[in-house]
Design a protein around this ligand. Structure first.
Ligand SMILES: Cc1ncc(COP(=O)(O)O)c(C=O)c1O
Ligand SMILES: Nc1c(O)cccc1C(=O)C[C@H](N)C(=O)O
Length: 381
């Protein structure tokens, strides 16, 4: 794999022109967009307009005019990326908080079916496990790692944050349903990275974050998907006023809103919400199918470049590899630090994983080649 080959691939890349719309310091190779997506150049202007035009210009009137419905409106823009028909996705809070809401809601649905177990599959991201343990404690639910006829809720991650391996979405969803359980998917590393088909697989619940492949910004609000069929039964524990059927009636008792809006809790962070809204514009210029196709080419190119190095590729099969390449090496931490000294940014995940994210809308084949060459140089010294 040569620099020439990388440049040829960049020249014939139909998504290549999108890169210029992102604000990435020149000379930096950014392979950590699976942790924090790079910003679009349009964001500062859009935020300035929200602050000056809406906040300053309209003051409190901006809530009904621009802001109140934003969680649902922005959710509708994420919906096509996760294969959801309208009315099922709402944006707000963090993934952690949305996991809490949805785990409790799922366990409550399971309790109605006479079940209590919570199955947590695979090597879940820490926040998923921590919240699962706490929610299970509140619900007196045993935690298991297998789906059985006693399972109330299955929590599974779509793409493993460490290895980058894509879980068998269809098979796991089907297994959960065959067992009579509710399924909850964590889409943090798949939303905006690869096509997700929530409706097609009749998924019940999903959550995901928007600051990785969607470039929503640091701490951008997460989203929740609640399948239409389940919404009436989605009894989530954070019964804040914005999820109320009639928030401004200020009634004594809580009554959940109809539809997915019942997954809302408190006042959303509007600046972050609208930065995300602006970031989603890029999807008007491309599709998740095209993005995934390029990401597969990119990750394979990178894997081919490092093939003869003394590292282990943790997701060798391109079909089940997310948009990241994780390399196992005993000095992974040091390697990542030394790459960073050259403005080549990946990240380290304990205990020995060097992780490189390939956001195809702004990462080039030349970036992949430069990162691999720098790694080669480090490993030969
Ligand atoms: C799979 C997964 N779930 C959840 C999170 C994080 O949730 P939060 O945004 O609430 O910190 C991450 C990343 O931080 C993640 O990779
Ligand atoms: N959410 C993060 C943060 O607030 C700081 C640093 C990193 C993150 C991450 O997103 C970590 C990420 N979920 C991971 O896959 O490791």
């Amino acid at each position: 794999m040569s620099l020439q080959r990388a440049r040829d691939l960049d020249r014939s890349d139909p998504l290549g022109e999108l890169r210029g719309q992102y604000d990435i310091p020149s000379g930096t190779v950014y392979l950590d967009g699976n942790s924090l997506g790079a910003p679009l150049r349009s964001i500062p202007g859009r935020l300035a307009e929200v602050v000056s035009g809406q906040w300053a210009g309209r003051l409190i009137r901006a809530w009904p005019e621009h802001w109140w419905d934003a969680p649902v409106r922005v959710g509708e823009r994420i919906a096509p990326l996760v294969g959801a028909a309208p009315g099922q996705v709402v944006v707000g809070d963090s993934t952690t908080v949305n996991l809490f809401k949805s785990i409790i809601a799922g366990l409550r649905i399971g309790a109605g079916r006479g079940r209590s177990e919570l199955a947590v599959l695979g090597d879940a991201f820490p926040t998923d496990r921590y919240i699962a343990v706490s929610a299970a404690r509140m619900m007196d639910s045993p935690i298991t790692t297998e789906i059985t006829e006693r399972t109330a809720l299955v929590l599974a991650g779509h793409v493993d944050y460490r290895t980058g391996v894509i879980a068998d979405f269809a098979a796991i969803t089907e297994q959960a349903h065959d067992a009579g359980a509710v399924i909850l998917w964590d889409l943090c590393h798949s939303v905006g990275a690869l096509p997700v088909e929530l409706d097609a697989h009749a998924v019940d619940l999903a959550v995901g974050c928007t600051y990785k492949f969607l470039s929503g910004g640091p701490g951008a609000p997460a989203f929740v998907y609640v399948a239409s069929a389940l919404q009436a039964d989605y009894d989530q524990p954070l019964t804040g006023w914005t999820g109320h059927a009639d928030p401004f009636a200020m009634t004594e008792d809580y009554q959940a809103a109809e539809g997915v809006a019942r997954a809302r809790a408190g006042t959303p962070d509007m600046l972050s919400m609208l930065a995300l809204d602006a970031a989603l514009d890029i999807w008007d210029q491309t599709s998740i199918v095209d993005a995934r196709a390029k990401a597969q080419q990119l990750t394979q190119f990178f894997v081919d470049c490092v093939e003869d190095l003394p590292v282990t590729v943790l997701a060798p099969d391109p079909a089940t590899r997310g948009n990241q390449v994780s390399l196992r090496h005993p000095d992974a931490k040091d390697l990542i630090a030394r790459l960073a000294e050259q403005d080549i940014l990946g990240d380290f995940r304990t205990p020995d994983i060097a992780r490189f994210g390939f956001q195809p809308l702004y990462v080039s084949f030349e970036d992949a080649w430069r990162a691999a060459s720098a790694l080669r140089a480090l490993l030969s010294t």
